[in-house]
Design a protein around this ligand. Structure first.
Ligand SMILES: [Zn+2]
Length: 158
């Protein structure tokens, strides 16, 4: 079952339910798809569903409030939440990989970061611990340090 958001020549927006994309094309070609408001047969599909669902969420006050449309919005929202969760999981994985590939210099972090910055030590990615004072000094010297939450620096990384 395909649910398409359709629009007539008078900009009436409505939902059409079809067995398939081909079913929609066939019905549309034969003029069987008509606007429930003005009965016009000049119907076009609106932009893709995910975009439309977001638009509906943002413009919920003006969106048609009948039940099938509400369900479509809900389903779209869930799919988007899942996509975001997957993206976050992938990003966490990437950051963990990155952290694993850094050299752990422990409490000598500020010292090592400064040495690398000044060319006194080999250029490499390091991780370690530093005090707020040390981080402030590094920042004043123009040394970029990324502070990561503790979840990236526990036994799971070893
Ligand atoms: Zn119409």
């Amino acid at each position: 079952m395909k649910v398409f958001d359709l629009q007539c020549e008078h900009a009436h927006v409505f939902e059409g339910w079809f067995a398939s994309h081909e079913d929609y094309d066939a019905q549309q070609a034969r003029g069987l798809v008509t606007c429930p408001v003005c009965n016009s047969g000049d119907i076009s599909r609106r932009v893709s569903a995910p975009h439309l669902n977001v638009a509906h969420l943002h413009a919920s006050a003006s969106a048609p409030a009948h039940a099938p449309n509400g369900k479509a919005v809900e389903a779209g929202g869930t799919r988007q939440a899942q996509a975001v969760a997957q993206l976050q999981a992938a990003m966490l994985q990437k950051i963990r990989e990155f952290v694993r590939n850094t050299e752990d210099v422990g409490p000598r972090f500020a010292e090592e970061a400064r040495a690398i910055h000044q060319g006194d030590a080999q250029e490499r990615a390091i991780r370690g611990t530093s005090t707020p004072d040390e981080r402030r000094e590094l920042a004043e010297e123009g040394i970029d340090v990324v502070a990561l939450p503790d979840i990236f620096n526990d036994e799971r990384l070893q």
